[in-house]
Design a protein around this ligand. Structure first.
Ligand code: GLP
Length: 246
């Protein structure tokens, strides 16, 4: 392991993975007053959200949680079910009753998406840094929509998705041509400033990229390798995803 700062937890099975993810989130948030959190979409965190809702719904902390979107598609109307915000709201924020006024979401349909990125960046400068970033990892090493080649100092920005990300996100929408081509995302500098980071990785399909990110060179070719440069990172992986790092 190239960094002593990474804490790696490997779970035995799917159930443990989701349970542990949920308890890590709760343990991190509970001591904090008004924690600012960003949360991922994707298949990986869905079980964690179910556990949070089933077992931790009654905790008072959700009333004080402040949520900011991690990434989003560009160009969709505010009610489009493909929106990442609506996904996280459905799976987690609504059932946990996180107050609407505590949720900062991207305006996917903003007429000037670069201005929208600036707005979000300014908001984070004023209200951040993140207390907790929970992130997944894309098959190409992307974190949120920070695609390979994204500079480490990037703030919130709009981007064109790589063909690989379009392909991998097609599984949520049935067809590749249903996947929007543009995205907007918190940048690596916003994420690197987080006081705590929890990375979720499950399945054999993530094992190689996880190893490259955590034990390979720190390079913009693998955006997730920024994790080696920051503190308070917990990697939660199932056995299949952890195959090359343990
Ligand atoms: C999308 C999201 C990422 C997410 C990734 C992994 O690209 N923009 O935030 O981490 O998918 O998704 P999955 O967990 O389904 O593998």
């Amino acid at each position: 392991m190239s960094s002593a700062k990474l804490r790696i937890i490997v779970t035995d099975n799917e159930k443990d993975f989701h349970q542990r993810a949920a308890s890590l989130v709760v343990e991190t948030l509970q001591p904090l007053d008004n924690p600012l959190v960003t949360l991922p979409t994707g298949m990986t965190p869905v079980g964690m959200y179910r556990v949070l809702v089933a077992e931790y719904r009654d905790l008072p902390l959700w009333q004080n949680l402040r949520f900011v979107g991690l990434d989003e598609y560009v160009g969709l109307p505010p009610g489009d079910p493909r929106l990442f915000y609506l996904w996280v709201a459905r799976e987690c924020l609504d059932p946990l009753s996180v107050p609407l006024e505590n949720r900062m979401r991207f305006a996917s349909d903003a007429p000037d998406i670069d201005a929208e990125a600036q707005r979000m960046n300014q908001w984070l400068l004023a209200h951040g840094p993140l207390d907790l970033a929970v992130v997944g990892i894309g098959g190409n090493g992307h974190i949120a929509f920070n695609e390979p080649g994204t500079p480490y100092e990037s703030g919130v920005h709009a981007l064109t998705l790589t063909p690989e990300s379009i392909r991998s996100n097609a599984r949520y929408w049935g067809r590749e041509d249903h996947v929007p081509r543009r995205g907007i995302t918190l940048g690596l500098s916003n994420l690197a400033a987080a006081r705590h980071t929890i990375v979720l990785a499950s399945g054999a399909g993530k094992s190689e990229i996880l190893a490259r990110a955590l034990t390979g060179p720190v390079t913009v070719d693998v955006p997730a390798s920024y994790l080696q440069t920051i503190s308070n990172v917990t990697i939660l992986a199932d056995k299949a995803a952890a195959e090359h790092i343990i």
